[in-house]
Design a protein around this ligand. Structure first.
Ligand code: IVH
Length: 667
């Protein structure tokens, strides 16, 4: 293809991809399958690689971010980012209206909006292209986070429609929807990483990450709520938002145009009750004077506009009595204090326990035995104690102290410098740590051994299993006759353990439960090094040379292999016949797939698309970006919709799974 036709094709693909991206992420009504989307994206990637001079920072291919780390430049806001006057009381809302009426004599309309609980962002567009994204900072100067913001799929990189100003700014809130937040925390928990307390913290942390490729994997979204566009273009705020919606911005559908304070209160009542049904968090409602001429008349105070006010919801809070504090030991040995409370109703559920996080938190609250405490359910998943009702305190009550020794095994606890948590260092002797590690080992995404937590507890208590390798020497005779073990269940367990010998190496590596080695990292390490022995031999330098492996992970891996007990476990697992190397390695420079061509699409359980492509190539096969009559196989991951099947069928191309592909590699 010559450059001129490449330019045409690239432009066409970019426009189409921008349009489908918007249909999917903003309007939630996709017109094409993921597969078709992938194909276009792959074609664009190929062309952009071939003609680097035609590259563009706003190309849809850039949504995946880049791992070139960038410090954040600072940028002065052209229009300062003010905040809003806040109130928790309806009386003050009425006062707000009275003030508005004093200045404005014409009838007033208000726009009621939700107050999104995220991180404010300002986006600048020139000629319809996103050119800059800045955080609020101190309101005058913010951080330039354009590379990170580009990865947020619902933010248009290129506007659609027409009539937008040559250059303008639009502001909104970046947030993390609750479902994505929960999933992300689950993954972090599985990897032994620190959890985010709430979606807002997760959002703020994510926007400030130095590696936009990692940002791209976090489930961020963005709702826009205010366009700084000259008055001549629109008469009202509501109108300007509707225009922004037409240009491709995600403008939330929850806003209402009303003409009285009664209706404002109705809006508030509605969302105070229904806020828990929203897929994201809000902390109140924002009321804005709609007419831009009236806004101008009202103007600003030093810090806030006089034409808008935020009505904040009170955090859902109750008071109850502290029964006592227990200390729980997790898989990584971290000790978490948990408060047992007199049961109390809070935001639709009964609360009996609340997290106290760590020793600092207990000290900060100055918590005493049997205190009357305030419990809140904010953005956090677990309710937390936010304060003590000191007036109700019994003067003689003793302070709650953090334990010095592990409640499970009696070992003295330690606190690493810079960390808030206390740890039980008795990694191999502390029962809950062992049991939790075993539970992680057998979990579905790791070794997928079909046993309940209670079963693991039982096998441990009976002295049959002390580490993962013991599972593989268990015999039917060992377990038949144990409580709850009949013939069938005993056979099932033994069979399920045996079947796990076939689990591919990346998952075995994940199952080992090395701190910070979650599924993604395990896959990276496994495909890069190929075997457990090579990972073990790798030093920090070699490990950090791998894409996305930083010093923290590298340190954790090397520490793991410095421990005799871990080495023994790994050797015993090897002995037991587990997959401790990538299976197709023997065929690395093979000819197994010679003459065959593959189109790889979708997301896969065990390997990344790139890793699979590598396997195709290293076995003599060819990777294609688009389906044609020359394609031998379509290797399809999870997002394979019915349309794709149809397409493949029409051309008579076999569609194969990851497992089938692995079988193929075995020859
Ligand atoms: S309008 C002049 N509308 O709340 C200020 N702000 O304290 C214009 N926020 O920093 C802001 N939802 O990050 C506006 N629908 C909404 C909002 C909203 C959330 C945030 C925003 C701002 C803070 C105000």
């Amino acid at each position: 293809m010559d450059k001129a036709s490449a330019r045409d094709r690239i432009q066409k693909l970019r426009n189409e991809l921008h349009r489908h991206n918007h249909l999917y992420y903003v309007e939630a009504r996709p017109e094409i399958s993921d597969f078709e989307f992938d194909l276009m994206m792959q074609e664009l990637e190929t062309l952009e690689k071939k003609f680097p001079e035609l590259s563009d920072d706003n190309s849809p291919t850039r949504r995946v971010g880049s791992d070139i780390s960038e410090g954040f430049e600072q940028h002065v806001h052209e229009i300062p980012m003010l905040s809003l006057g806040n109130t928790y009381s309806r009386e003050e809302l009425k006062d707000f209206e009275t003030r508005v009426r004093k200045t404005v004599s014409t009838p007033v309309e208000y726009v009621c909006e939700l107050k999104y609980d995220g991180v404010a962002i300002s986006l600048t567009y020139e000629k319809g292209q996103l050119v800059r994204a800045i955080t609020r900072g101190d309101g005058v100067v913010g951080d330039v986070v354009t590379a990170n913001v580009r990865t947020i799929r619902s933010i248009p990189l290129q506007l659609s429609g027409d009539g937008y100003p040559e250059r303008f700014e639009i502001r909104g809130e970046v947030l993390m929807p609750l479902e994505g937040f929960r999933k992300m925390n689950e993954q972090r928990s599985a990897a032994g990483e620190q959890l985010f307390a709430n979606p807002r913290n997760a959002t703020a942390g994510t926007l400030k990450m130095q590696n936009s490729a990692l940002v791209a994997r976090r489930p961020l979204d963005c709702y826009l709520y205010s366009a700084a566009i000259k008055d001549e273009l629109f008469n009202s705020h509501f109108e300007s938002l509707n225009a922004c919606r037409r240009w491709g911005f995600k403008i939330p559908p929850y806003s209402r145009l009303v003409t009285s304070m009664e209706e404002v209160f109705e809006f508030i009542d509605h969302w105070a009750e229904k806020r828990s049904e929203l897929p994201f968090e809000i902390d109140g409602v924002v009321v804005k004077v709609n007419a831009l001429a009236q806004q101008k008349q009202l103007g600003f105070t030093a810090k806030t506009p006089r034409w808008a006010i935020a009505y904040k919801f009170k955090a859902q809070q109750v008071s109850t009595r502290l029964r006592g504090v227990v200390f729980q030991v997790g898989r990584t040995g971290a000790v978490t204090p948990v408060a047992n409370l007199d049961p109390v109703q809070l935001a639709g559920s009964t609360v009996k326990r609340a997290s106290l996080h760590n020793a600092d938190q207990i000290a900060m609250l100055d918590l005493r035995e049997h205190d009357q405490v305030f419990v809140e359910k904010g953005g956090d998943i677990i309710p937390k104690i936010v304060g003590v009702d000191k007036e109700k305190r019994d003067g003689a009550s003793a302070p709650v102290t953090f334990i010095s020794h592990c409640p499970e095994c009696g070992t003295e606890l330690i606190r690493y410098p810079g960390e808030a948590a206390h740890y039980c260092p008795n990694v191999y002797g502390c029962p809950p740590q062992i049991k939790e590690r075993l539970n992680h080992f057998i979990s579905r995404r790791a070794m997928n051994i079909n046993a309940a937590e209670a079963t693991i507890g039982q096998l441990y208590n009976e002295g049959l299993v002390r580490g993962p390798a013991d599972l593989y020497t268990l015999k039917y005779e060992d377990i038949i006759g144990l409580e709850r073990f009949a013939k069938k269940s005993s056979h099932n367990l033994i069979n399920s353990i045996a079947a796990s010998r076939e689990v591919p190496f990346p998952r075995v590596l994940y199952a080992l439960g090395i701190r910070y080695v979650g599924e993604t990292v395990a896959r990276k390490l496994a495909t890069h090094f190929g075997s457990i022995d090579r990972i073990r031999q790798a030093g920090v330098d070699e490990l950090t040379a791998v894409d996305e492996i930083g010093e923290r992970i590298a340190g954790s891996v090397t520490t793991f292999f410095q421990d005799e007990a871990n080495i023994n476990t790994v050797e015993a697992l090897k002995e037991a016949g587990l997959q401790l190397e990538i299976r197709n390695e023997e065929a690395e420079t093979g000819t197994l797939l010679e003459g065959k061509s593959f189109v790889i699409s979708g997301t896969f359980e065990n390997f990344s698309r790139d890793a699979l492509k590598e396997m195709v190539a290293s076995n003599g096969g060819k990777n294609l970006s688009a389906v044609s009559s020359k394609t031998s196989y379509i290797l399809a991951g999870e997002n394979m919709g019915p349309e794709k099947l149809k397409k493949a069928e029409a051309l008579g191309i076999p569609v194969i799974s990851e497992d089938a592909f692995m079988e193929m590699l075995k020859g």
